[in-house]
Design a binder for this molecule. Structure first.
Ligand code: GCO
Ligand code: MG
Length: 416
């Protein structure tokens, strides 16, 4: 069974996605997600120009060898563009192998270890009443774990809080963005936001206190610091949130400095999650070996596919570190389905982020995974259980969209 056709599909049903479709000589197709928010066309070009021509004629069953061929063979290792490209190829080949076997992918990864994946959703509100409403809506929809982000007094807009502008844009586009906000905006240049760390550190503990008082001690609560703090500020935040018993505190410091987490860890027992911008096992080496984190955040889409991410999870399992896979709407339904299959099989599953895609996205990506009683589950369809509708996609061509950039109040560039 050899690879006969490799197509790079770029479409924008609600937001931009890059999808790889591999077809074998006997007509079996596999899908992989290669979406890199705000840098989509770089991955599309990498795949079209430098990967697709190398795949034609290769044995579609040789997944590990193809992974090594693309990783070692590039010489220029790692990085989000390379690793998203390898991920898409890897995922598509797993999809094909499972279809040929006539089994849902999780069966090839060792079979079910659980009934479904516990997920968390995103509640947000500029003020506490809106936040409380958002938490209640999520609970009514079945969510059993909830991430909380709020406005900060003095800042016009803050990461993770659905803005009314976004909600309006969603309403106009016919998409549901009431709480599934999309941080990337369709514009030629990024929007600029402002940030004040001291105001944030003063405000957040009171928000968690209010949420615990309203919703009680049991509800698992999460929070994302989005790489904005110095190590000592992060340590202070972790310590100040200890009374509210967080499930995790995410990305408190810029993730590339692994040593920063050592300092944070020495000061707080709040569980730490990191890695949505990591793409290889090497990015986790110190963090895993020194047990500086509790959850690994990389998605299949950005960390070299099923093959790359499973290797990270196995390594993490030695140190009782669990999975907490990134699942924003910029990971396509193909990338999410891959995470579901992997999460069903691994022994050290922790939680899965589930932001939910807009209905328009599902017009193009027909997915068979289900969400019920707070759990995501794969269907029994052979492979990943997702198909791509070319006709529907044709109505949604790529449109430039960028994530915001962040500046401190004095105008200095900061981490977004
Ligand atoms: C999360 C993430 C996202 C990212 C987004 C960038 O925890 O879900 O932080 O909201 O900002 O994926 O493209
Ligand atoms: Mg995050």
């Amino acid at each position: 069974m050899v690879i006969e056709k490799v197509e790079v599909l770029v479409s924008s049903p609600g937001r931009n996605f890059v999808t790889l479709r591999i077809t074998t000589d006997d007509g079996v197709t596999g899908l992989g997600d290669a979406t890199l928010n705000g840098r989509e066309l770089a991955v599309a070009a990498y795949l079209r120009e430098h990967v697709a021509p190398l795949l034609i004629g290769r044995d579609a069953h040789r997944i590990e060898d193809t992974w090594q061929y693309l990783y070692r063979g590039a010489y220029w290792r790692r990085g989000p563009v390379t690793m998203a490209s390898i991920a898409a190829v890897d995922t598509a080949l797993w999809d094909i192998k499972a279809k040929v076997a006539g089994l849902p992918l999780y069966q090839l990864l060792g079979g079910r270890s659980r009934n479904g994946l516990l997920v968390y959703g995103h509640a947000s509100g500029a003020e506490l009443p809106e936040l409380f409403d958002s938490i209640r809506e999520h609970q009514e929809e079945g969510y059993r774990a909830i991430r909380i982000q709020t406005g900060i007094p003095g800042l016009p807009s803050v990461y993770g809080v659905a803005s009314s502008a976004n909600a309006r844009a969603g309403a106009e586009a016919g998409t549901d963005e009431r709480y599934d906000y999309e941080p990337a905006r369709r514009s030629a240049v990024p929007v600029e936001e402002t940030w004040d760390t001291r105001a944030y550190l003063r405000h957040i503990p009171g928000v968690f206190e209010a949420v615990r008082n309203e919703f009680g001690p049991e509800l698992p609560l999460l929070h994302d610091g989005h790489h904005r703090l110095t190590p000592i500020q992060a340590a202070k935040l972790g310590k100040s949130l200890e009374p509210y018993d967080l499930f995790w505190l995410e990305d408190v410091t810029p993730a590339e400095n692994q040593d920063a987490l050592r300092l944070v860890r020495q000061h707080t027992t709040t569980p730490l999650a990191i890695g949505e911008v990591f793409n290889t096992i090497w990015d986790y080496k110190t963090l895993i070996e020194e047990q500086l984190i509790d959850y690994v955040r990389s998605p299949v889409t950005h960390a070299g596919g099923i093959t790359g991410l499973r290797r990270i999870f196995d390594y993490a399992s030695v140190y009782q570190i669990k999975s907490g896979v990134h699942g924003p709407t910029d990971v396509s339904p193909v990338g999410l389905a891959a995470a579901i299959h992997l999460g069903l099989a691994i022994p050290n599953f922790g939680i899965q982020e589930y932001m939910r895609h807009a209905p328009t996205t599902h017009d193009v990506f027909h997915a068979t995974y289900t969400f019920a009683n707070g759990l995501l589950d794969a269907s029994d369809e052979p492979g990943l259980g997702v198909t791509y509708d070319d006709e529907a996609a044709a109505a949604h061509p790529y449109e430039a969209a960028y994530l915001p950039v962040n500046r401190l109040l004095d105008g200095s560039m900061h981490d977004w």
